[in-house]
Ligand binder design. Sequence first.
Ligand code: NAD
Length: 484
Amino acid sequence: MQISEDLIRNVVTQVLQEVRGRSANSTSGTISNVGRYGQFTCANQAVAAAREAFEKLRQRPMEDRKKAIEHIRRISIAQAVELGTMEMNETKIGRLAHKIGKLETLGRLAPGTEFLSTQAYSGDRGLAVIEHAPFGVIGAITPVTHSLPTITGNAVSMIAGGNTVVVNPHPSGRKVAAEGVRRFNQAIYEDIGIDNLICVITEPTLESASTIFRHRDVSLICVTGGPAVGRAALNSGKRAIVAGPGNPPVVVDETADLDRAARCIIQGAAFDNNLLCIAEKEVFVVASVFDKLMDAMQRAGAVRLNSSQIERLTAAAFHEVGEGSHKHLGPTKELLGQDASKLAAAAGVTVDPKTELVYGETESNHPFVSVEQMMPFVPFVRCRDVDQAIELAKYYEHGFRHTSIIHSRDVRNMTKMARALDTTLFIKNGPCMAGLGLGGEGYLSFSIAGPTGEGVTTPLTFTRERRCSLIDDLWILGGPGLQD
Ligand code: NAD
């Protein structure tokens, strides 16, 4: 009943918007997309509207891009509670306070037009200026784990680069995606008079994703998600920026500040119930400090499960997914992104509902180690020495080269791990989010492109390098021409 009401409301809104658009353009006879505020059921129409918006944006000064971005930042911050609550209610995974926090932080820290510096080379033969030009319309795919936050960060970076974007969101986060995009576009339109800088497919499917991937007016693809969408993007025949999956390991050696390590592991792994792709997923600890670290975790507020409780939890947390040779274990929907107290209940333990993280000792080949589980349970594996810890960390990172973390005061161990894992983010003595500028240096994006190598995406990621050369007597500063 609810679904059909939503569907009817959507159709009516679309028809009204189309009628408004037609009457606004009755003189030219074309159907305008103005007034849609980025809402589309048809991917082809969305791309056409984003193209129209791009053609307008490219005629405008940089100042208008800044104004558009300012509206996205303002709404993300001022309406974070409302939009964060909407995301929580729709996706039903993660933690409300962190959904709100993610929007506020992106509003403040997503990099904007300041990243677009121009380079110049001058000499006897003239001048060369290197600028950063837009691609045009970008096709973006976003995950359920951060639906509106990913769109917010992508939109800021992509518009800063002069592009427009069509988003195919995860179906389970589509409503908050559409509502956020509607608010962004409306504010931008009312200020600079361009609608649809960000377009969203309100009923996203694999078919609409495929239409976007193949559309001739889409110049670049940016996907954020697991392995399947990464493969699909790379097979699209277009240039693709792939922000793929991770399974971030943590190594703790005998020189680490164990209380600090415990606090950091809890902060990172418990954030949004471990939905972050950079979040601590498994910990490899040198045997001589293993028991002390387990005690430190308890002192820092995490609750330890024993081996039989872990096995009960494991039975509820994983199931087989995929077909044929692609069969593997994946996290169950019932526990993915749920509170630590719910995980504890599945293990047969009652804990304070405020508990942020549960943890326990496992073997290295345990599913909680090998699978990107996205749950606030962290397995700890006892290792002979730091070399074995690094070796296991490398193995269970699965070659994603996404994120890894070490707690150590030994620079040689840090260097050894950095070289062995070669991850896009490597964090020493901090929680995972320090790698994205939260409590560490640097800037923030929720699309970290490991497989295709762009790293933490910025406006520069979404630009083409363009060179303009001047070679004649008009070059008056350095060239010999005018003095001869
Ligand atoms: P998911 O892979 O299930 O879905 C991601 C998006 O891809 C969704 O919109 C989904 O509908 C779409 N999709 C899936 N298969 C597709 C296909 N064949 N063709 C087109 N679209 C397809 O992932 P999720 O559960 O939404 O998000 C969690 C995953 O995303 C984790 O693996 C996490 O590590 C990863 N992630 C990575 C980053 C990063 O910056 N690298 C950031 C956030 C999340």
